[in-house]
Write a protein that binds this ligand. Structure first.
Ligand SMILES: NC(=O)C1=CN([C@@H]2O[C@H](COP(=O)(O)OP(=O)(O)OC[C@H]3O[C@@H](n4cnc5c(N)ncnc54)[C@H](OP(=O)(O)O)[C@@H]3O)[C@@H](O)[C@H]2O)C=CC1
Ligand SMILES: Nc1nc(O)c(N)c(N[C@@H]2O[C@H](COP(=O)(O)O)[C@@H](O)[C@H]2O)n1
Length: 268
């Protein structure tokens, strides 16, 4: 795949980040997780009430699609799936250069709210996308109906438990239990079981919070950090206080080897 990439600074950047990581991953034989999203200078990833914003410049958007092509699966939360109706594919890569293997779309959707006519399911039915994998945790009669409808529409469903919050103080765990959020460690363990070796997490804000919170916390399956690589695209723009942001901070202790790169009008 690397050899088919055009010679550009985005590719140099991605290869510098991922070539050593994939060697590590092969040695460790564990799932590598990349958390990546685009934000404004004031830390917003979307506008008021979640309005989708194009924060990345064309060069960064292309880089995102190359990055997608370098991962086995791309994960978003149901908030993003409903709000943006994304495709999570690599369509911006020019046809002759685009790797044949498509990334697997993965959605965290506790209550099975995904629309059966969303682009992810449409693409699968039309043969232009892989079957979306939906992680859920609901056993109500309505959820059973939703299960059947989504399976019929082409989704593969994985039932997992809600956040167990193992090793976390109760003050951190309680919001997860109350909100019924899925256990990230259980989701990652299931993805590993399904032979996913590299996962790219795109958002949205609740999912970014969950992964940042767990960034360097050991997950159930071993002692490795949950997030191996964090790439933020910073657009030279301000969204304002009513924009949508993430709330968990970065910390020096959690993130080592920090470095910037300029691509088009955005910083990474
Ligand atoms: N700029 C960028 O790069 C990106 C921006 N975005 C933006 O983000 C916004 C959406 O963010 P948001 O509304 O927070 O939605 P998310 O996409 O983060 O989805 C959050 C929902 O996912 C479900 N969920 C299940 N388990 C978990 C878990 N462990 N952690 C977090 N969520 C979980 C919950 O819904 P339930 O309980 O129903 O299952 C939760 O409310 C959109 O405006 C979109 O445009 C999105 C991606 C990238
Ligand atoms: N890299 C990046 N830059 C932005 O400015 C964005 N708004 C996003 N959003 C993410 O991309 C998804 C939409 O892309 P596709 O239609 O699937 O190609 C969106 O749902 C976010 O995950 N990303």
């Amino acid at each position: 795949m690397a050899s088919s990439m055009p010679n550009c600074s985005a590719c140099d950047f991605l290869l510098s980040v991922f070539s050593s990581r994939s060697r590590d991953g092969e040695e460790r034989n564990t799932l590598s997780v990349t958390l990546t999203f685009a934000q404004s200078l004031d830390g917003k990833i979307a506008g008021k009430d979640g309005k989708q914003l194009l924060l990345s410049c064309p060069e960064s958007m292309l880089m995102t699609h190359w990055m997608r092509s370098m991962h086995d699966a791309i994960l978003v939360g149901i908030g993003t799936a409903l709000n943006d109706n994304p495709q999570l594919n690599t369509r911006l890569i020019p046809e002759g250069l685009r790797p044949a293997n498509l990334p697997r779309p993965v959605v965290l959707d506790t209550h099975l709210r995904l629309c059966i006519d969303c682009k992810l399911l449409n693409n699968f039915r039309q043969g232009t996308g892989l079957q979306p994998w939906i992680f859920y945790s609901s056993d109500s009669p309505e959820a059973r109906e939703r299960q059947l409808a989504l399976i019929e529409a082409g989704a593969v469903l994985f039932g997992v438990s809600c956040e167990d919050g193992k090793d976390l103080p109760i003050s951190s765990v309680l919001p997860y239990i109350l909100a019924g959020l899925l256990s990230i460690s259980h989701v990652l363990a299931e993805l590993s079981k399904q032979n996913i070796k590299s996962l790219m997490v795109e958002g949205g804000s609740a999912v970014i919070n969950s992964f940042l919170k767990y960034a360097y916390k050991p997950c159930d399956s071993g002692d490795s950090p949950v997030v191996d690589t964090l790439i933020t695209t910073i657009a030279p723009t301000l969204v304002g206080d009513d924009g949508t942001g993430y709330t968990v901070g970065f910390s020096e202790k959690k993130h080592s080897d920090v470095g910037p790169g300029l691509l088009g009008s955005t910083l990474h």
